[in-house]
Ligand binder design. Structure first.
Ligand SMILES: [Zn+2]
Length: 93
């Protein structure tokens, strides 16, 4: 099932005199796609919420709602345990 993406906030609509850009209201991706359980096996989905150093992206940046962020952290930790996701990245030092 693929819901049409209607709810996107259009950027560049308002003239930004100062940085309004990252204070833009974000919508929880999981709510948007009507996912009620975050699947730890869905690596592609979860990977978006992990930084390139393997850290979990905080809610204030990802825009997830509290419920899904909580599920996501569990899913990421499970994914790490299964070896789907890195704990850390070695390429940075
Ligand atoms: Zn949500």
């Amino acid at each position: 099932m693929r819901a049409p993406r209607t709810n996107r906030t259009t950027r560049k609509q308002r003239k930004s005199s100062f940085s309004v850009d990252y204070r833009r209201r974000k919508i929880c991706r999981f709510c948007e796609n009507k996912i009620d359980m975050v699947d730890y096996k869905d690596e592609r989905m979860i990977r978006r919420f992990v930084s390139d150093r393997g850290k979990i992206i905080p809610r204030r940046i990802s825009g997830n709602c509290a419920r899904h962020q909580r599920q996501l952290t569990v899913a990421i930790k499970r994914g790490r345990h299964l070896g789907l996701l890195p704990y850390t990245s070695e390429s940075y030092r």
